[in-house]
Structure formats: structure tokens, C-alpha cells
Design a protein around this ligand. Structure first.
Ligand SMILES: NC(=O)c1ccc[n+]([C@@H]2O[C@H](COP(=O)([O-])OP(=O)(O)OC[C@H]3O[C@@H](n4cnc5c(N)ncnc54)[C@H](OP(=O)(O)O)[C@@H]3O)[C@@H](O)[C@H]2O)c1
Length: 231
């Protein structure tokens, strides 16, 4: 059965990815900051060894390499999902701050560190898919409302990383998907979100299944609806 490593697996989209993939029979390495306190995640445990919890704090750039010492099997789907949005970096005036560095560290540099730590295991798997949980807010062409200095720039830079990874890892047979999950009802998305986590995740998993069938999706920036988003 396939194996996925998912970051930010304790709530929101990461938790739902874990739930739906467990339901489909996958084995999940679920990484989160506080595995002890991850009650909703632990409640998903089918008690057959397919759910393993690991401590992972994306703000520590050595965390991915440390995690790689504990997870040694092939990884069919590496999902860099953990992310943050800092209210301090939203408006013009005091956005240039340590909070913006925190956002860049967690949303941009950590996913690259994760891929660097686990690429051999992805390459050794059957599916060989890397998914980056980006955001439409990272689209420069789509920015018609301004603001969001920290979050927008962190996701735009993540997109640039995803594109380079798709080129650098193509000879190794690895596909890199850059995904916008839609506006989803989570702690980050808020209750006005247009999609439930169930809807967003099942559509994301459909895109991921398609990426396994074709190389043509690697290095593209997808809305969860399947449409290409402009950079
Ligand atoms: N919801 C939306 O509408 C939307 C739209 C576009 C993109 N996204 C992206 O989707 C991803 C998941 O967000 P969500 O909507 O599910 O929001 P969420 O419910 O707020 O979940 C965020 C997840 O990221 C984790 N995280 C934050 N900082 C971390 C760190 N330093 N180390 C490890 N984990 C950390 C959180 O863990 P803790 O519980 O430990 O904080 C949590 O598991 C993010 O990358 C976000 O940018 C969401």
C-alpha cells in the first residue's frame, strides 16, 4: 500500500488528507509540532500500524533532516502542507518584521528542506509525487487587492521553488505539484471559506492521482478545480 508523509497533519487540511488517505488504505507518516496533544489526529488511528506520528516544527530548518532519521521507507506522496499566515505582515506600515521572516521560514524554506531531506525516498517509491500546499495569494498576476506582504511573498517564493524542483527532479521521475486548495473553512481560512476540508482534500487527491499518471502536471500551479493559475 502507498505511503504518504504529511506535514501539519494535526488539523485543517493536513488532518483531512490523513483521514482520507487512511480510509483509502494508505500508510501515513503524520508530522506535527505536538504529536502528544494532537487528539484529533490520534483519534484517526486504525490501530494497525498505518498511522505513525512524528514531531516536526517547520520553523526549525534542521527538523526535516531529523525526521528523515525516523522515516526510512519509500514515500509515494510527500505533502508539504504546514503553513502559517501572520496578521502582523498583512498591512503596509510594519510588515517588514521578524514575523515576515517566520512566514518565509515556515512557508517557503521548510518545504524545500523537506524535499531535500526526503527526495531519495520519494524517488524510491512507486508514485513519486511531491505536493506543495501553495495559495492563490502567491499569484502575482492575480493580486488585485494588495497587502498580505508576508504570506503572499512566502507562497510566491514557494511557487518558484516548486517550478525549479519540477525541472531538477524530472530526470529522477519525480512530479512536483503546486496546489491552491481553494478557500477552505479551516482555522486559517475562517468560517467564510467556500469549501469544506472534505471537498478540498478529495479534489486535491484527484489531482494527485492524475499527476501519478502523467508527467505533464509537474511544475504547474493548480487551483483545486484543476485549472491552471497564473504565476
Ligand atoms: N484554508 C485555506 O483557505 C487555504 C488557502 C490557501 C492555502 N492554504 C494553505 O493550506 C495549508 C494548511 O492550512 P489550513 O488551511 O489547514 O490551516 P490551519 O488549520 O491553520 O492549519 C495549519 C497547519 O500548519 C501547521 N503549522 C503551522 N506552523 C507550523 C510549524 N512551524 N511547524 C509545523 N507545523 C506548522 C499547523 O500546526 P499547529 O496546530 O501546530 O499550529 C497546522 O497543522 C497551509 O500551507 C496554508 O497556507 C490554506
Amino acid at each position: 500500500m502507498p505511503h504518504a508523509l504529511i506535514t501539519g497533519a494535526n488539523r485543517g487540511l493536513g488532518l483531512e488528507h490523513t483521514r482520507q488517505l487512511l480510509e483509502r488504505g494508505w500508510t501515513i507518516s503524520a508530522a506535527c509540532r505536538d504529536p502528544q496533544g494532537a487528539e484529533e489526529l490520534k483519534a484517526l488511528d486504525p490501530d494497525d500500524g498505518r498511522l505513525r506520528l512524528f514531531a516536526y516544527d517547520a520553523s526549525d530548518l534542521t527538523a526535516a533532516a531529523t525526521l528523515a532519521k525516523s522515516v526510512s521507507e519509500p514515500i509515494d506522496l510527500l505533502f508539504a502542507n504546514a503553513g502559517m499566515m501572520s496578521p502582523q505582515t498583512r498591512g503596509f506600515g510594519s510588515a517588514a518584521s521578524e514575523s515576515m521572516i517566520d512566514e518565509l521560514r515556515v512557508n517557503t524554506v521548510a518545504p524545500l528542506a523537506l524535499v531535500e531531506a526526503f527526495v531519495d525516498q520519494v524517488e524510491a517509491s512507486e508514485m513519486k509525487v511531491i505536493a506543495l500546499q501553495s495559495s492563490r495569494m502567491g499569484s502575482i498576476a492575480d493580486n488585485d487587492s494588495g497587502g498580505g506582504y508576508g504570506y503572499r511573498s512566502s507562497k510566491a517564493a514557494l511557487n518558484a521553488i516548486g517550478k525549479s524542483l519540477s525541472i531538477d527532479l524530472a530526470p529522477r521521475g519525480v512530479s512536483v505539484l503546486i496546489l491552491h486548495p481553494g478557500w477552505v473553512k479551516t482555522r486559517m481560512g475562517g468560517q467564510n471559506g467556500l469549501l469544506t476540508v472534505e471537498e478540498s482534500v478529495s479534489a486535491q487527491l484527484d489531482l494527485i492521482a492524475r499527476a501519478y499518471q502523467t508527467d505533464a502536471m509537474s511544475g504547474r500551479f493548480f487551483h483545486v478545480s484543476g485549472e491552471d493559475l497564473p504565476w
